[in-house]
Ligand binder design. Structure first.
Ligand code: GNR
Ligand code: NI
Length: 168
């Protein structure tokens, strides 16, 4: 297994739209394993392939406290089930050190495929519902900072650009 490098805002590669997975082979299984390992090591509760510069529709999530429930979502799709919204303070491994309140649909249904290509559905709640929406955003080239004011977003961009320069 391997720990993969995570792209950071404002890297333009985070804006690419990921393509559907069509081949369910051993490479996909290995990539999912590496993504789970990378997520645990970061540490984070989710990771989208976009963040490791692989532009395919693959997401891994584990919202358990002891790394006991890794989940893999291939080609995930979301359906909003009600008009209810909810606020959550979000962070992102691609925007390290910053947290902001984001408003998203509360009630969603997710349909996806597993690493073998079998379809499954689930109705996540709480943190899992927030996280899956955050990860699908990544696959569409979107980041949580897109939901906050442009003043705040610019401030975060400048701070991260400065940090990236200094670590070169
Ligand atoms: O680790 C993460 N925590 C988190 C907290 C609130 C809302 C979303 C997230 S996802 C984030 C990991 C990450 O950046 N996934 O893309
Ligand atoms: Ni993220």
């Amino acid at each position: 297994m391997a720990i993969l490098n995570i792209l950071e805002f404002p890297d333009p590669r985070l804006r690419k739209v990921a393509k559907p997975v069509t081949v369910f082979d051993d490479r996909l299984k290995m990539l999912s394993e590496d993504m789970i390992e990378t997520m645990y090591e970061a540490p984070g509760i989710g990771l989208a392939a976009t963040q490791i510069n692989v532009h395919k529709r693959i997401v891994v999530i584990d919202v358990s406290e002891d790394h006991s429930e890794p989940m893999v979502f291939i080609n995930p799709q979301i359906t909003v089930l009600s008009d209810q919204q909810r606020e959550w303070e979000e962070g992102c491994l691609s925007v390290p050190g910053f947290h902001e309140i984001v408003v998203r649909p509360r009630d969603v249904q997710v349909s996806a495929q597993d690493v073998d290509g079998n379809n499954f559905e689930l109705e996540p709640d709480e943190l899992l519902a927030v996280c899956i929406q955050h990860e699908i955003d990544h696959l569409n080239g979107k980041l949580f900072v897109d939901y906050i004011s442009s003043i705040k977003r610019q401030r975060i961009r400048k701070k991260l650009e400065k940090a990236h320069k200094q670590s070169k």
